[in-house]
Design a protein around this ligand. Structure first.
Ligand code: ZN
Length: 344
């Protein structure tokens, strides 16, 4: 199927909220990793989300160009083309964009979609994340509200972050932050709703934080408090009714237990970002291949090596397959297997 349009994406989000499952939102940085996600989703009979970070976009544009918006556009155009061959829907999203990168990442991408719409073409991306979590909440929302207005005009969904996710990802690092800020309060969620709900009819997703951290940690290191999400949602429901509950996004979920993940789904998490685990899944078979075939991939002692082992396609194919398997695992963990809208 083509990349989901706005109506389909909204249906996806509502279906996840109603049935208490979540879509994996997998970071990709190349054609091979994007293809791995599509394969994993299709084999799971699940829709899902492909996302590009600022660093991923810069990487994809090539080390000589390093243009994060250009690389993101390039990956999105690839996905628009190849997604037509898969019997599932995929949405395209961009990950963390801090305030100082708006002008070099998110705004050029919104402009690209605006240009396309003016020419009668479909949106390039379905949604974008503005990460104002490093700012005081008021300043965060002062930027988020006009961004949401602009996104809404082009049927784009905005993801915002209220509170701070620990750990690090790309160059988004929360080292040394006040640890009480790792937990979003119900008051913060109500304030975000009060400001963002003024944009009539606009849809937004909220990354609220409940002790989650980016990167990978040994089990037990991460002190999650998913009940924070429950409490916040209850307050929102009191203030705005059932429909006022947030579409929640879970960042930094590597190393969380399955019970904790399922608990967050019960509280309204409909998107879970996955990067670290799929990075490892991609690299693992490459490492095995290199170690097992060191005398083929290297020209040892004046020998010529073995083209059948150093042709990048040989190990990239294994990497793609392993990553697709990890995507299938993520779909299963998020209770999404067999949920695609495509079958309806
Ligand atoms: Zn994140």
């Amino acid at each position: 199927m083509p990349v989901a349009d706005f109506i389909t994406y909204c249906k996806m989000l509502d279906r996840a909220r109603d049935k208490k499952f979540a879509y994996p939102a997998i970071n990709v940085t190349s054609l091979a990793t994007a293809n791995a996600v599509l394969k994993g989703l299709a084999e799971s009979r699940s829709d899902g989300i492909i996302q590009v970070s600022t660093g991923g976009g810069a990487f994809a544009s090539g080390s000589a160009v390093k243009d994060m918006a250009l690389g993101a556009i390039s990956i999105a155009e690839h996905v628009h083309r190849v997604a037509e061959r898969y019997d599932i829907y995929v949405a395209l999203h961009t990950d963390h964009c801090p305030a100082d990168k708006l002008d070099s990442f998110m705004i050029p991408l919104i402009e690209e979609t605006e240009r396309r719409r003016a020419a009668g073409q479909p949106n390039l991306f379905n949604s974008h994340m503005f990460d104002g979590s490093a700012l005081p909440l008021k300043e965060n929302l002062d930027i988020s509200v006009p961004l949401l207005e602009r996104c809404h005009k082009s049927e784009l969904i905005l993801e915002v972050e209220v509170g701070v996710v620990g750990g690090e990802e790309d160059d988004v690092s929360a080292e040394g932050v006040d640890s009480s800020k790792l937990y979003t309060t119900p008051e913060d969620m109500l304030e975000a709703a009060r400001r963002l709900n003024k944009v009539q009819g606009a849809l937004y997703l909220v990354a609220a934080t409940f002790g989650n951290v980016h990167g990978v940690y040994k089990p037990g290191h991460v002190k999650l408090k998913p009940t924070i999400l429950r409490d916040g949602q209850e307050e929102l429901e009191k203030g705005y009714g059932r429909e006022g509950r947030f579409y929640l996004v879970f960042h930094g979920g590597s190393g969380s237990s399955l019970e904790e993940i399922h608990e967050t789904l019960d509280y309204g998490v409909i998107k879970m970002n996955i990067d670290t685990d799929t990075q490892y899944a991609f690299t693992r078979p490459i490492a095995g291949h290199m170690l097992k075939n060191y005398d083929g991939v290297l020209k040892v002692d004046g020998e010529v090596g073995n083209k059948k082992t150093y042709d990048p396609r040989v190990y990239m194919k294994m990497a793609e397959e392993a990553m697709a398997e990890r995507v299938k695992q993520a779909v299963k963990d998020l209770r999404g297997t067999g949920t695609t809208l495509f079958d309806e």
